[in-house]
Design a protein around this ligand. Sequence first.
Ligand SMILES: Nc1nc2c(ncn2[C@@H]2O[C@H](COP(=O)(O)OP(=O)(O)OP(=O)(O)O)[C@@H](O)[C@H]2O)c(=O)[nH]1
Ligand SMILES: [Mg+2]
Length: 248
Amino acid sequence: MRVLVVVPTYQEAGNIENLLRGVRRSAPEAAIVVLDDSSPDGTGEIAEKVGAELGRVVVIHRSEKAGLGAAYREGFAWALDHDFEVIVQMDCDMSHDPEMIPVMVERLDDPDDPVDYVIGSRYIPGGDTPNWPVHRRLLSRWGNRYTARVLALPVHDVTSGFRAYRADALRSIHPETTRSSGYAFMSELARRLSSGGRSVAEVPIVFVDRAYGTSKMSVSIMVESLTLVTAWGAKQRLSGIRGRTANR
Ligand SMILES: Nc1nc2c(ncn2[C@@H]2O[C@H](COP(=O)(O)OP(=O)(O)OP(=O)(O)O)[C@@H](O)[C@H]2O)c(=O)[nH]1
Ligand SMILES: [Mg+2]
């Protein structure tokens, strides 16, 4: 199976080498594309150097910091242009264990229950966020509950950025036309996949807090998620009411 791992980076100089080596060790067949937004700490240059040594690593240098969503739009467009069968997305900060990549990719093709995409989930039995402070846990947990309920999504960790997609499922939802810039991007994709009738499975992951570098999470990213999810939910309810009225 032709697998591509897509990794957006901003200021990840302390993590990028470990990440690239970890992915190659855990999923030796997978190619890797790094989308770096001209990190001032030289992340893009380190990625080039380590990538040249490892091979099958492409580094796309973007002109300025434009958010996670924009980097993924470019990374997924690149992936879909290059004939990969499975596209994995993950963070660079080692919160996502590369050893889970083969588990998630295999889960797609489980003969008893093949699915269109797989989410690495912190919120199912076996999943955990061991070293997160209580406020971060609560925020993420309740944000997830709210999103899943408002959008009627059958998942426990809709904002997880560790996922594996079948290329045809990803192509079918036109990721290039999404609009979120922060982690709302994950909910936007899940919503489109769900309304397109695509199936999902969750596998438990243990999400460890980053050891190097700083989080790019901000109040504006949280507000974006809350605003978009609420607006999408209202739109869904409205089209549900219209549909029922039209069928009378
Ligand atoms: N290219 C690009 N990557 C970004 C940008 N913002 C965040 N990232 C990357 O997206 C991934 C997730 O970002 P994090 O800062 O870890 O955010 P998070 O995982 O939601 O929050 P924490 O785990 O608490 O830090 C990391 O690989 C970041 O380097 C951006 O503007 N551009
Ligand atoms: Mg992170």
